[in-house]
Design a protein around this ligand. Structure first.
Ligand SMILES: C[S@@+](CC[C@H](N)C(=O)[O-])C[C@H]1O[C@@H](n2cnc3c(N)ncnc32)[C@H](O)[C@@H]1O
Length: 505
């Protein structure tokens, strides 16, 4: 398969694996609910740090990365020249990066982040990426490489503008794209879109059929099949044939069966050309999405700006937010009621808004995880969720958990325990409140977990209080024989060797 090359690619293709997991420092809860997260920090670090708990569990990802328009004057930098990204590039590719074109830099920025997003995606999950013509061709190329060509779903065109900008010399671009990939297309189910009321309104029941509402559909079809051209006599006695060049959709025998089952309609007076009754109860309850999403269905850019302004008392706090209905549609197609939804370029928090709206419509309990690196993660992203009545936990990306292969002494040991617990059980860590030694972390599926910065010996074993089917004990060394461990169902895991995981795909 042809692959895209760019300056710095060799430095970033395997970079995601080298990114250390960082502490996600809990700052506060808003609204009391649990499960939703807003994380302030660079998404590269945040995504890596989410892996212990969320690897392979995110059902739907929506991202709206900077389009790389060259515009640096927005509320965020729509270029790869934001100070954080410049600094990051300098660290990863060195000084030579200063000579890279903005496209090279953008690709260097995106590649490792997409790799981590893929790792977070569940096998039956899907990712949507908003983009425009500045980078869409390059983005497609790296997505083919990361997600696999076979997992390509669509390149949706979103009609983002409703009127031309006459100042433009050639074309006034009125669309963006949404590039969509499955993690594994064979496991992905598309829920389709809800049927519109308009479509349902076309169904009536003029003959009070006990099977309910139905719609008359044409009995004639082309091209002609000779055996299906035959005379039909209507109840009023009129003889009818299909129009010239057409035949009936049903052969004579099936037509007769349909008549007996009252599935053929000859009109109120029994004198019309026959049609087939299609019952609403038999049609698919969802509509397969098409690849052009019109503003009349999902909103346009100005709608989104206006709606956000209303939330912020008339103030324009963010440039070019996406319409809530645009992201809601992505979630309708590929999320379930209990799905985890992730947006790692959160901006004004539209994805959280879409999750909350969709939950309100279908009674779902989807959770969102948002990552935003700019300081407005608190003042705009979180503030929007507060204003629309959502709840969340707010985190800052903290210090790396490990330094040079050992536990970072600057990190609170509870963070390390949380990381180890998540890695082992894939559930969030809650400090236990039971009678046991300080090393006890909890019980999951019959196994008790201990994390002890010392030697696993008989003195330590004497401090354990919890009775479980089996035990996993993290300790710096083990002074107990293998036979003893086996007999009591104890597994010893060495600190730091068995906790410093690279999380390679
Ligand atoms: C195009 S905006 C997203 C707008 C969003 N979809 C909305 O509707 O408001 C991109 C956002 O990604 C953020 N961003 C860019 N690079 C990032 C990174 N490395 N980590 C986290 N956020 C980043 C920018 O600060 C900006 O807020």
């Amino acid at each position: 398969m042809p692959t895209l090359n760019w300056l710095g690619k060799d430095k970033v293709v395997n970079f995601a694996a080298q990114v250390p997991c960082h502490a996600l420092d809990f700052k506060y809860n808003f609204g009391g609910g649990t499960g939703n997260k807003i994380i302030h920090g660079d998404n590269l670090l945040a995504l890596k740090s989410l892996l212990p708990l969320y690897e392979g569990r995110v059902k739907c990802i929506y991202i709206d990365p900077p389009y790389n328009t060259g515009n640096e004057g927005w509320v965020y930098n729509d270029n790869v020249n934001s100070p954080q990204i410049q600094k990051w590039l300098g660290q990863v590719v060195g000084r030579e990066g200063e000579d890279y074109s903005r496209h090279d830099k953008w690709l260097c920025m995106m590649y490792p982040r997409l790799k981590l997003l893929k790792q977070l995606l569940s096998d039956d999950g899907a990712i949507f990426i908003s983009i425009d013509d500045n980078e869409q061709n390059y983005l497609r190329d790296i997505c083919e490489e990361i997600f696999g060509r076979q997992n390509f779903l669509a390149q949706v065109i979103w009609e983002r503008a409703y009127a031309p900008v006459n100042l433009k010399k050639h074309f006034s671009t009125s669309h963006d794209y949404l590039i969509c990939y499955a993690k594994n297309i064979s496991q992905l189910v598309c829920h389709g879109l809800p049927r519109s009321n308009e479509a349902d309104k076309r169904y009536k029941n003029p003959d009070n059929d006990p099977r309910g509402l139905w719609k008359a559909s044409d009995l004639s079809v082309g091209p002609i099949v000779e055996s299906k051209v035959y005379e039909i006599t209507t109840p009023s006695g009129r003889k009818v044939f299909p129009p010239k060049g057409y035949c009936w959709r049903l052969d004579k025998e099936t037509f007769q069966k349909y008549v007996e089952e009252n599935k053929i309609w000859f009109g109120e007076d029994g004198d019309n050309v026959p049609s087939i009754k299609r019952f609403l109860s038999e049609v698919k309850q969802s509509v397969t999405p098409m690849t052009i999403w019109k503003y009349s269905e999902v909103g346009h850019s100005q709608d989104a700006t206006k709606a956000l302004k209303e939330i912020f008392d008339g103030q324009a706090v963010f440039t070019y937010p996406k319409p809530v209905d645009l992201i809601k549609r992505c979630l309708e197609l590929y999320s379930d009621k209990n799905s985890i939804v992730l947006d790692a370029f959160a901006g004004s928090g539209t994805t959280a808004h879409a999750v909350l709206n969709l939950n309100a419509v279908d009674g779902g309990d989807r959770k969102f995880i948002l990552v935003e690196m700019e300081p407005y993660a608190e003042t705009i992203t979180a503030e929007r969720v507060r204003r629309i009545g959502g709840s969340f936990d707010y985190y800052e990306v903290g210090a790396p958990l490990f330094v040079e292969g050992d536990i970072n002494p600057a990190v609170d040991i509870e963070q390390i325990r949380g990381y180890v617990w998540a890695m082992e059980t894939r559930t969030p860590y809650v400090k236990p409140n039971v009678e046991d030694c300080a090393a006890f972390m909890g019980v999951d599926k019959g196994t008790a977990y201990y994390f002890y910065e010392g030697a696993l010996d008989s003195d330590f074993l004497a401090t354990m209080r919890t009775r479980a089917d089996s035990y996993v004990i993290f300790a710096e060394s083990c002074a107990v024989g293998e036979e003893f461990l086996r007999r009591y169902g104890i597994e010893f895991k060495k600190i730091p060797r068995d906790i410093v995981k690279i999380w390679v795909e």
